[in-house]
Ligand binder design. Structure first.
Ligand code: PMP
Length: 377
């Protein structure tokens, strides 16, 4: 059902149901004959793919009686977007009316956020009513001062503190298996093949970055179980992270810092499947190529995406251009290659990498015209 066809109870009704959009100009610029399609997750209510898991984890915890209105304190270590989804869900719970004049008591939220994550994410979290605790980016995941370590410490000390734990919660990959994946399949299957826009009628390749790995793992399950068992799933992992498989892929940039937020880790989360039967191929990406791809999505497709969307697109392009199977598919008209674009530029407006894209535009022929007009007396 379209989310705009009826009145929604609250913003959680506008989570997900995001569009799948052709990236024709990027495809053309790279000489691709296949369809390149972007699943645009910044159009979800809280602005990212992680709204889906936040909603699913809160609803599951409520069903299981783990959340006590007016008492529970939801604590979560995140790179920001899961926190925004949780804070949004919990803000709605606080404001929903139980009877005419009584506001239901909801849940408080504390987010532990590594220092490298943007000010915009912290501001969004605070605006939604969450507390934010910053942690050192360089702390190892299992160090007490890391975002995970600090969340655990807070949970031990704060009465009714609960960590829904996106790194282990089955509802993380499940939310993608039940929503993101089926939406992609439905959009591809229901779009007819025409002579000008041929389609194989199936999802042939799916490309997604990995943070917790919930998105790529859940997508793989949805597509392989219900739609096309031969679909090739490509995982994208930034240089400096260790999520790619086999491990040898990670060796050359071990420990390197990277700017892109939301993908990559220094440990393997439980929800990430590294089974090659699920994620058949991995690509490593650099900040520079990610930001070049963001610029391309903005200038050529009008899509205001965030940094990890650039990583996913640059990973997809590299796989299509360099892997033998990728080269074959890239030249097959009608083959559908879907790239998951996790969040939007709202989260990064003040970041130097974005300001460089925005403010250091190529000289436009219009600049001279404008100067001429303004100079006229
Ligand atoms: N991109 C961004 C911007 C994110 O916030 C996340 C979540 N950490 C991801 C990609 C990766 O998603 P997942 O955790 O499902 O692997």
């Amino acid at each position: 059902m379209s989310r705009t066809s009826h009145i929604l109870d609250n913003a959680l009704g506008a989570v997900g149901n995001t569009p799948l959009i052709r990236l024709d100009k990027v495809a053309q610029l790279h000489g691709l004959k296949c369809n390149l399609l972007g699943k645009v997750e910044y159009m979800s209510a809280g602005g990212s793919v992680k709204d889906r898991i936040a909603k699913a984890m809160v609803e599951a915890a409520e069903r299981e009686g783990k959340l006590i209105p007016g008492k529970s304190v939801v604590i979560e270590p995140t790179s920001g977007n899961t926190g925004i989804g949780l804070a949004m869900a919990c803000a709605i719970k606080v404001c929903s009316r139980t009877s005419l004049n009584t506001l239901a008591k909801g849940y408080s939220v504390i987010i532990t956020l590594p220092n490298k994550m943007s000010l915009e994410k912290e501001a969004a979290l605070r605006a939604l009513g969450a507390e934010v605790v910053r942690t050192p980016t360089e702390a190892a995941w299992d160090a007490p001062e890391s975002h995970i370590g600090v969340a655990k410490k807070l949970q031990r000390e704060i009465p009714y503190g609960i960590i829904l734990d996106q790194y282990r919660n089955v509802n993380n990959p499940l939310a993608h298996e039940l929503t993101t994946g089926p939406e992609i399949i439905e959009a591809v299957v229901s779009t007819p093949s025409t002579s000008s826009k041929p389609s194989s009628g199936k999802v042939d390749v799916l490309v997604a970055g990995a943070g917790t790995g919930g998105t790529v793992t859940g997508l793989s399950r949805a597509v392989k179980k219900t739609h096309n068992k031969d679909c090739i799933i490509v995982g994208v992992d930034p240089n400096g992270s260790i999520l790619a498989y086999p491990d040898s892929l990670n060796a050359s940039h071990e420990g390197e810092q990277y700017i892109v937020e939301g993908i990559g880790y220094d440990f393997i989360p439980d929800v990430l499947s590294r089974d090659p039967a699920d994620i058949g191929s991995w690509v490593k990406t650099s900040d520079a190529e990610a930001f070049a791809a963001v610029k391309s999505l903005m200038r050529h497709e009008g899509l205001l995406v965030g940094g990890s969307s650039g990583s996913a697109l640059s990973g997809a392009l590299r796989w299509l251009e360099q892997e033998p199977e990728g080269r074959r598919i890239s030249q097959t008209p009608g083959a559908n290659v879907v790239v998951l674009l996790p969040d939007g530029i709202r989260n990064y407006m003040s970041k130097p990498w974005f300001l460089k894209i925005a403010m250091e535009a190529e000289p436009s022929p219009l600049a001279g015209v404008i100067a001429g007009v303004l100079a006229k007396k």
